[in-house]
Design a protein around this ligand. Structure first.
Ligand SMILES: NC(=O)c1ccc[n+]([C@@H]2O[C@H](COP(=O)([O-])OP(=O)(O)OC[C@H]3O[C@@H](n4cnc5c(N)ncnc54)[C@H](O)[C@@H]3O)[C@@H](O)[C@H]2O)c1
Ligand SMILES: O=C(O)CC[C@@H](O)C(=O)O
Length: 529
């Protein structure tokens, strides 16, 4: 039974499928301190959070069973990603579920500052009928600058068009083609700063975006402009903004997010009549909370059950068309790694992976992670997974060399893994054969054809008559049933290899007996668990 801890308030409807899963127990325990989490996290396989729980390295260290942290939302700045990657914990998020909701919140904030709605409401309910103080502006014909044209920024731009605004967008990944499609102008940050009547930011908080709007930018803004931040606190320098409002440069600001959340009671925003604030409510709608909770629940179930999943934040994203092509090879890749590492002796120096055939034409990085995982698994056991395999190889100074070639030597695709240790160099190649599944087709220089499963026995011998009989008799005498047998050789009478798949583990003494049999040079068991 897997155990999942939900440590922030997350939609019950959204996590229903987790709660209904027969192999999963869900515990809801919100508002815990770091110490309290450290004390209980050891029993959990998965942790589900929103933005309140800070998932620190200490919590992950105590979470010895933790395989996945699910963030019901987009931003993962409350999760220490580096620590998660080092520990092989998969971090997933739900990037799409709250896009519209947050865009609508940003838009509501923009309209609220254009028409002073919160300030007017406050006076009206106090019985003050003040129609003079709240002269607003129209959105129509105003220039809206959108910094960050990702999911939310693009949706804001679409809505702003419907309001008759002129939009200038900036995003390092924005192409002219996409801008044309959205009917907006592409501009630089500087164009936006100088020309916009309204600016809304929709970037993550990164070293590059931190204080991307600060004193120098406010200096050159259009007097009377308005600014909105429903992305992340810190993208706009808060103190510089207050100063710009005091100097009459900025007429109004709307903030849903703060550099420190919640802001201190004496935070200057909270007493400034031209700044309206909400307590990080961008994603807080029934629909968004259900969407993100459904998304992360589905993925957590997949991860716990070892099924393919999407949206891992600490692994590079793989486009669906690429994934369709390489996913069938994940298990084979891992098995090749397992196989070649059992063949080898000594500390690994280099893993050379060669993809040939159609695989040479796609991004094979995720597949390489499986191969490296297979290689390292022999020594690192369950400490290695596809999230941390490359990292663990790197910290061990293992070089990973990937080569590609269009020619697959008679196969549609061929993966060849060569392991260089400081004692030897061994090679295993495999493919997926239509109707036959995974096959190992080469071991070192010998062509073979064997399925990588269960227990394989490799016997290196001289190509002489009677060898198959003597190996078969020895195994039979020890009650070891042979399921299949393959012999590979390069030249008649030279050295050859016998690969037997057997129904049970081969005891050490039997391996020793094989090794001392005349004409046999080596014997080795390879196990796929
Ligand atoms: N207030 C909330 O409750 C709430 C809810 C959801 C998302 N968010 C936040 O909103 C932001 C946007 O979310 P999203 O889903 O649209 O993310 P996204 O990843 O789809 O878009 C972010 C965009 O910012 C761009 N970007 C990065 N650096 C930039 C730079 N220096 N200048 C301009 N653009 C830059 C990226 O290229 C990307 O296109 C994130 O910070 C997210 O955490 C807040
Ligand atoms: O969980 C929340 O409400 C915050 C959501 C938002 O900031 C996000 O990044 O998805």
């Amino acid at each position: 039974m897997f155990k999942v801890l939900v440590s922030d308030p997350i939609s019950d409807f959204g996590i229903q499928q987790l709660m209904d899963a027969p192999d999963i127990q869900v515990d809801k325990n919100t508002g815990l301190s770091e110490d309290e989490l450290v004390a209980i996290i050891g029993q959990y396989d998965a942790l589900l959070v929103r933005s309140q729980t800070k998932v620190t390295p200490r919590i992950m260290e105590a979470g010895t069973k933790l395989r996945v942290i699910g963030r019901a939302g987009v931003g993962v700045d409350n999760i220490d990603l580096q620590a998660a990657t080092q520990r092989g914990i998969i971090v997933i998020n739900a990037p799409d579920g709250n896009t519209i909701t947050t865009c609508e919140h940003a838009f509501a904030m923009m309209m609220a500052i254009a028409r002073h709605i919160p300030q007017a409401y406050e006076k009206t309910i106090k019985g003050i009928w003040d129609r003079k103080s709240f002269l607003g502006v129209e959105l129509r014909n105003k220039t809206l600058g959108v910094l960050g044209m990702g999911r939310i920024g693009s949706e804001v731009a679409k809505r702003a068009k419907a309001f008759g605004m002129n939009i200038i967008g900036y995003d390092p990944f924005m192409t002219d083609e996409r801008a044309d499609k959205l009917g907006i102008k592409l501009g630089s940050v500087d164009d936006i700063i100088r020309q916009a009547d309204f600016i809304t930011v929709h970037t993550p908080l990164t070293p590059e975006t931190k204080h991307m709007i600060a004193r120098p930018q406010f200096e050159v803004m259009k007097p009377g402009m308005r600014i909105i931040n429903c992305a992340r606190g810190g993208v706009i320098d808060e103190l510089a903004l207050v100063e710009a409002i005091d100097r009459g440069i900025v007429a109004g600001a709307a903030f849903d997010v703060f550099e420190v959340e919640p802001p201190a009671p004496d935070h200057p925003f909270l007493s400034n009549p031209n700044i309206i604030v909400t307590p990080h409510l961008g994603a807080s709608t029934v629909e968004a909370q259900e969407n993100v909770a459904i998304d992360v629940s589905e993925q957590v179930i997949c991860i716990l059950r070892d099924q393919p999943f999407k949206n891992a934040v600490n692994m590079p994203p793989v486009p669906a068309d690429v994934l369709n092509k390489i996913q069938p090879y994940f298990e084979l890749g891992e098995k090749l790694g397992i196989f070649v590492s059992q063949l080898s002796k000594g500390p690994v120096v280099e893993i050379i992976v060669n993809y040939s055939g159609e695989l040479a034409e796609v991004d094979t990085q995720p597949l390489t992670r499986y191969i490296v995982k297979g290689v390292l698994q022999q020594h690192l056991g369950s400490n290695v997974n596809v999230v941390n395999s490359m990292h663990l190889a790197k910290v061990r100074d293992i070089n990973i060399l990937v080569q590609k070639s269009n020619v697959a030597k008679g196969f549609t695709n061929l993966i060849t893994v060569t392991l260089r240790t400081n004692e030897d160099e061994r090679l295993v190649a495999g493919t997926l054969l239509n109707g036959y599944g995974e096959r190992i087709v080469q071991i070192d220089k010998y062509p073979v054809d064997v399925a990588p499963e269960g227990h394989l026995l490799l016997v290196k011998h001289n190509d002489k008559p009677g060898m198959i009989g003597s190996v078969g008799t020895l195994l039979g005498n020890n009650d070891i049933n042979i399921a299949t047998m393959q012999v590979g050789r390069k030249i008649v009478g030279g050295s050859a290899i016998m690969v037997l798949s057997v129904d049970r583990a081969v005891p050490k003494e039997v391996i020793e007996q094989l090794k001392t049999t005349p004409q046999i040079n080596k014997a080795k068991e390879i196990v796929f668990q």
